[in-house]
Design a protein around this ligand. Structure first.
Ligand code: OSB
Ligand code: MG
Length: 369
């Protein structure tokens, strides 16, 4: 692969109802879209960084800087036999997993298009369908949350995740459980707690949750291990796992029993495949998280989830939950029994709607050899 051109666009896409976590509310989806061209073919990837560093330290601004100054020059200065070789070339750059993943994922997508195969085939997955789960943002109160859960359960989702934060946790789970005692249910705290909040987790432990996601600090594994020792409910780590090595450390310490994979958070597909292999070898359940991606990133997640280690439904839900006008045709849809069809076309497998991309583009920059 001789990379000839890299184009980066800043997109701002209107969202319907928005999404609220413990770090704030989003009503527009601002993100970077990268196009990578080599040997007459172009591949695409969506970056998961937000404008702010409230999920993890990287932002759209840091990704732009790291791509422009370091990763793009590296990619344009040598040839690669396979997309998996990009990760090794990027290794001298410390951290900046989201920036690395953006370029690396586009190389995989390009390679799949070049081979005329769906992305899943290049990754070693399979066709068919995947099981869909859904993440429900913070709602105004418990009654509104129960309504939202009822709506998503009726839509077919096979696992429902609700966001919690201090003061909005036990009551929310009790309200949902009162109406849906047997629903596969989990919570995600996005680092909002400390070990001093142990009583909250002891109360949640009585509700048969599938897991509790990232209750403690974004960069912690030690306190999570302490918390896990006193709980029956498995902990799952999201933010804390930014590499396969960190996942291995977390599993060795028993800081979690389930792993959330986001390709953008761990530096790309090559690292995702390594993390998948680690979890399969250790019998640790794995699922694919989401970052409220447009259809382009959403479809990349669909392909990844066809690998055999993804034994739990992920956070990949229908495009229409977030975007009235998604950037892919057809949009990602979920069947009444909670399945998403895996595309069979080359690369991500659905057409990109360039008129919508153009309308959402705030700026763009391109680099060539
Ligand atoms: O922690 O999983 C998370 C959204 C933005 C940032 C972090 C997270 C989330 C979600 C939404 O939970 C998942 C989705 O629907 O894409
Ligand atoms: Mg999470």
């Amino acid at each position: 692969m001789r990379i000839e051109r890299v184009e980066l666009r800043y997109l701002s896409l209107p969202m319907g109802q928005g999404f609220e976590t413990s770090f704030g509310r989003t009503t527009r989806k601002d993100f970077l879209l990268l196009a990578l061209s080599a040997d007459g073919v172009t591949g695409y990837a969506e970056c998961v960084a937000d404008e702010n560093p409230y999920y993890l330290p990287e932002t759209i601004g840091t990704v732009h800087h790291i791509l422009r100054e370091f990763l793009v020059p590296l990619a344009l200065s040598r040839n690669f036999d396979h997309p998996r070789d990009l990760a090794a070339a990027f290794a001298p750059v410390r951290g900046h997993e989201m920036a690395k993943a953006t370029l690396e994922m586009a190389a995989w997508e390009l390679q799949a298009r070049r081979d005329g195969r769906p992305l899943y085939a290049l990754l070693g997955g399979r066709g068919g369908t995947i099981a869909a789960g859904v993440s429900i943002g913070l709602q105004s109160d418990a009654a509104a949350l129960v309504d939202a859960v009822a709506r998503e359960a009726a839509a077919g989702y096979r696992r429902i995740k609700v966001k919690i934060k201090p003061g909005h946790d036990r009551d929310l789970v009790e309200a949902v459980r009162a109406r849906f005692p047997d629903l596969p249910l989990m919570v995600d705290a996005n680092n909002a707690y400390t070990l001093a909040d142990r009583p909250v987790f002891e109360a949640l432990d009585r509700h048969g949750l599938t897991m509790i996601e990232q209750p403690l600090a974004w960069d912690d594994i030690v306190d999570h291990a302490t918390l896990q020792r006193g709980l029956r409910t498995p902990l799952c780590l999201d933010e804390s796992i930014r590499s396969t090595a960190l996942a291995r450390h977390a599993l060795d310490l028993e800081a979690c029993r389930i792993v959330n994979v986001k390709v953008g958070r761990i530096g790309g597909f090559t690292e995702a495949l390594a993390l998948h292999e680690l979890c399969v070898a250790r019998g640790v359940p794995l699922w694919c998280g989401g970052m409220v991606e447009s259809g382009i990133g959403r479809l990349a997640n669909v392909h990844l989830q066809t690998l055999p280690g993804f034994t739990l439904p992920g956070d990949t839900s229908a495009s229409a939950r977030y975007f009235a006008e998604d950037l892919v045709d057809p949009p990602v849809t979920v069947t009444p029994d909670g399945a998403i069809a895996v595309p069979e076309g080359p690369g991500i497998g659905h057409a990109i709607l360039w008129d919508r991309v153009e309308r959402a583009t705030k700026w763009r920059e391109a680099w060539t050899r």
